[in-house]
Design a protein around this ligand. Structure first.
Ligand SMILES: [Mg+2]
Length: 208
């Protein structure tokens, strides 16, 4: 039987807003603590909250227990990660997330607890493209996806869950037309699964 195509390709997953419900919980926290009722579509930049509230609006992200007690997988995220593992093997499914020094361990605990991905497969860095050069990157932020596509010329999936993420909405034009073929903007896990299963079963299906 023909092996899967690109069997050594890795799948790199972002954590916050891609797998975990951090932005939704952040909105709840902002409402309770700062009495502001912002929705995700309103947040048209990554700095939206900072611009309105300064650093106090970002204290949510600094709470040491937030990844143990508050943040949870988005609906369907656990099954989605299992699907990714079934496509390329557990050892090839990695998480890349930007983390402050104090949050690293908490995030690793979270990823292991909910997604059964070991800490050795969790990478903490802002320049995600440098880690993702041997794989596909799936992330909710265009400023992570676009450099991955430009530098690695590999598939980048911009995940805008149900079209609700204001910060990455309508940004496709910022990517030069030469690179557009590597970009997919998708709004559900089912859409991503379809793209990935086409990608990894392509050789096998053609043979049968
Ligand atoms: Mg994210």
């Amino acid at each position: 039987m023909q092996l899967m195509k690109n069997v050594t390709e890795k799948i790199y997953l972002d954590l916050d807003a891609t797998l975990s419900d951090t932005p939704y919980k952040w909105c709840d926290w902002l409402k309770t603590v700062h009495n502001v009722d912002w929705t995700l579509p309103q947040m048209n930049t990554y700095d939206f909250v900072f611009e309105h509230l300064g650093t106090k609006g970002e204290d949510f992200w600094r709470h040491p227990d937030v990844y143990d007690d508050v943040v949870r997988p988005l609906e369907g995220a656990v099954e989605f990660v299992e699907f990714c593992k079934s496509q390329v093997g557990s050892e090839n499914v990695h998480v890349i997330t930007w983390s402050s020094e104090t949050m690293k361990e908490a995030k690793e605990r979270h990823v292991e607890r909910f997604f059964s991905i070991p800490a050795s497969q969790v990478h903490h860095r802002r320049d995600k493209w440098y880690q993702s050069m041997d794989g596909v990157l799936i992330d909710d932020y265009h400023e992570h996806i676009f450099p991955h596509i430009q530098r690695n010329r590999r598939l980048g999936i911009l995940y805008n869950r149900n079209g609700e993420y204001g910060w990455s909405k309508d940004k496709e034009h910022l990517l030069h037309a030469d690179f557009q073929k590597h970009l997919k903007v998708l709004t559900t896990y089912d859409e991503i699964k379809e793209v990935l299963s086409r990608r990894y079963n392509h050789v096998q299906r053609n043979k049968n």
